[in-house]
Write a protein that binds this ligand. Structure first.
Ligand SMILES: CC(C)CCOP(=O)(O)OP(=O)(O)O
Ligand SMILES: [Mg+2]
Ligand SMILES: [Mg+2]
Ligand SMILES: [Mg+2]
Length: 147
């Protein structure tokens, strides 16, 4: 009906960051509509005019307070979410990065979107479950985010 804003779903771009510390990566359990209650990397929507690294650093800071150090592009995935409350389609850019200060402690700055952050060894038997679907697929395919 004309009153309903028919929000035609369009593909959006997400940038997520493998923050590496020793053999571990930073993961948080999502509370948002996409991937609720699954463990995911920090990151979020690419905003107009941002480079991938600017977006990764901004989202990491917004979500955890952590300062991103040296970062590099890793890979990209094309993710269709048809089983979520609202259909969504994301092209997801994966970066890997270290922290500017390895001793900096992650804070949960968006408790409505995330249950909290933790460091988990990147080992399929030690990672928390369930993983956010795109990340689950990468683990299953044996993806290694480490240099
Ligand atoms: C779903 C994901 C790959 C892209 C969007 O990430 P997000 O829901 O964390 O987005 P924000 O951090 O920008 O709210
Ligand atoms: Mg965010
Ligand atoms: Mg996010
Ligand atoms: Mg965002």
């Amino acid at each position: 009906s004309p009153l309903e804003m028919e929000m035609e779903p369009v593909p959006r771009v997400g940038v997520v960051v493998f923050v590496l510390k020793g053999k571990s990566v930073l993961l948080g359990r999502r509370r948002s509509s996409i991937g609720a209650s699954t463990f995911a990397l920090p990151g979020g929507h690419l905003e107009f005019g941002e480079s991938f690294e600017e977006c990764g650093a901004r989202e990491l800071k917004e979500e955890t307070g952590l300062e991103m150090g040296k970062a590099e592009y890793l890979t990209v995935t094309n993710n269709l979410f048809l089983d979520q409350p609202k259909p969504a389609h994301y092209v997801t850019i994966f970066l890997r990065a270290v922290l500017a200060d390895p001793d900096q402690v992650a804070q949960n700055l968006e408790p409505s979107k995330c249950d909290g952050w933790g460091w988990y060894e990147w080992d399929k038997d030690k990672l928390p479950q369930p993983l956010f679907w795109p990340l689950h697929e990468m683990v299953r395919s044996g993806f290694n985010p480490f240099p």
